[in-house]
Design a protein around this ligand. Structure first.
Ligand code: ZN
Length: 485
């Protein structure tokens, strides 16, 4: 115990260590919520444990700040529990085994929960001190951010009065995050023929070796979609039957692998090998996906795969794969290098005579989702002669956190940053979801900025918190409070 006792800022690391001794994986937050409630009670602060499991602690402004506008400081109480294969720790019942070398803090064999324990440690250190000037604070500690932002989703905005929100759930010091993407899923269904044929030869053509990645955070990196790459060999294949297609599997992951099964009445392995070689020679992966590999093999599905009788289907599949929209659609004009709208075709499967596909659409502006959904709809109508579009349904919508042109909180934070660090902060948006998006939608006129100290490899047992960075961000947060009179 007290492994971190020599680290500065002492109080921050003391609370960080206390939190680490309470198991608090997503879905297992009752104990940490109790801890938050007790913390408030012991200090005579008003606190609410709301109906969904969030904790809100209210602290009045210090002398001279009694009538200042309240500041909401927000973080999430749950952490991702991951551990090494040989680690015996029971993360449901036991605390973490903290380690430090003075430069970093990590947990032995498990995730650290620096994401988002550092937010709670800062909040407690502020509320526990009597020498930090601050405006009225509404500390909003949400539950289960990591598994679906359930605490934020169900949060009742009537429980707070402030509109300025300092979210401490980013992992890069020096970056002020001011926008995040919203999303919506477009599920499209196409009808194929039910007339089948049994060819003499069967072949599987595959695409593998792509990097894939997160369909939000990595979509701007130009990574290839395995389904789209299947169109490359299909372009050259004639006189074959379409059997089935598979690959990808997760809407929020850029598909790394995909394959198509085709049939032929005569032996074609040589021809197909030449086509595959030709595709490999083209090096379509370039610098972004150098591992891209096309391959072909003869297979025997023993009648399990049904081939469509009309050979035109193979050409229509080629058309489909060549034309479906995926990847970056537009870039932001307010934030440099930020993707504004994108989509990812992550799921494509044949169920009987229906082709189902799921596009995850993201946009950092509210209107962008509709525009991209329109692009998908246009595509569905343009496809082949044989593939009949049946329907497109939109679901699982969540809001974008749009960039605010006028943001007094951001202005103040840029000013403080400049003075403390002697340089400009990076003002950025992320093309993925954050709790801030939900608060931006729920709280009228919300003015939100997200920050945090350097934490590497979050959500993995390699997660480590940079001690010096945590100390600098602590000074930064205190100065923001002092200026919030
Ligand atoms: Zn987090």
């Amino acid at each position: 115990m007290h492994v971190l006792k020599d680290l500065e800022p002492r109080k921050v690391f003391m609370f960080f260590e206390e939190i680490s001794q309470i198991p608090h994986g997503s879905g297992n937050t009752a104990q940490i919520a109790d801890y938050c409630m007790n913390f408030a009670k012991q200090r005579g602060l008003k606190a609410i444990y709301d109906a969904t499991g969030n904790v809100i602690i209210y602290a009045p402004g210090t002398a001279g700040y009694e009538n200042s506008e309240p500041l909401i400081i927000q973080g999430h109480m749950d952490m991702v529990c991951e551990k090494n294969a040989d680690c015996t720790q029971n993360m449901d019942t036991d605390g973490l085994t903290l380690m430090t070398d003075g430069k970093y803090v990590w947990a032995d064999g498990t995730t650290l929960g620096g994401d988002d324990g550092i937010a709670l440690a800062y909040i407690f250190a502020i509320l526990d001190s009597d020498d930090i000037p601050h405006p009225p604070i509404e500390a909003l500690i949400t539950r289960d951010e990591e598994t679906g932002m359930y605490g934020a989703m169900d949060f009742d905005p009537a429980l707070i009065s402030g509109t300025k929100i300092l979210n401490i759930d980013s992992e890069k010091e020096g970056v002020l995050t001011v926008s995040c993407a919203g999303g919506i899923t477009a599920h499209c269904v196409f009808e194929l023929s039910q007339q089948y044929h049994r060819p003499a030869y069967e072949y599987e053509i595959s695409v593998s070796g792509l990097l894939g990645g997160h369909s939000g955070a990595d979509i701007g990196k130009g990574r290839l979609n395995a389904f789209k790459m299947l169109s490359k060999p299909l372009k050259h294949i004639t006189d074959c039957y379409f059997g089935t297609i598979s690959g990808g599997g997760k809407m929020n992951v850029i598909p790394q692998n995909a394959s198509v099964i085709i049939g032929s009445d005569d032996e074609k392995l040589d021809t197909l090998q030449q086509i595959v070689k030709h595709c490999n020679d083209q090096k379509y992966g370039g610098d972004t996906d150098p591992g891209l590999l096309f391959s072909v093999k003869e297979i025997d599905t023993r009648g399990k795969v049904k081939y469509l009788k009309n050979k035109c289907y193979l050409y229509d599949m080629y058309d489909f794969l060549r034309c479906f929209p995926t990847g970056v659609q537009t870039m932001s004009d307010s934030i440099e290098d930020m993707v504004e709208t994108s989509l990812n075709l992550g799921v494509l499967e044949l169920k009987d005579s229906e082709l189902h596909c799921d596009f995850l659409i993201r946009s950092n502006s509210e209107g962008g989702k509709e525009v991209v959904a329109g692009t998908v709809r246009d595509f569905t109508k343009s496809i082949g002669d044989e593939i009949d579009f049946v329907e497109m349904t939109l679901s699982s919508e969540y809001p974008a956190w749009e960039y605010r042109k006028n943001s007094p909180l951001r202005d103040r934070m840029i000013e403080v940053f400049r003075e403390q660090y002697g340089k400009e902060p990076i003002v950025a948006g992320i093309h993925a979801g954050l709790e801030c998006g939900i608060f931006a939608k729920k709280i009228k006129d919300a003015d939100i900025v997200s920050i945090g100290p350097d934490i590497a490899d979050i959500h993995t047992p390699k997660e480590r918190l940079d001690v010096a960075s945590a100390a600098r961000v602590w000074e930064y947060v205190k100065e923001i409070l002092r200026r919030s009179r």
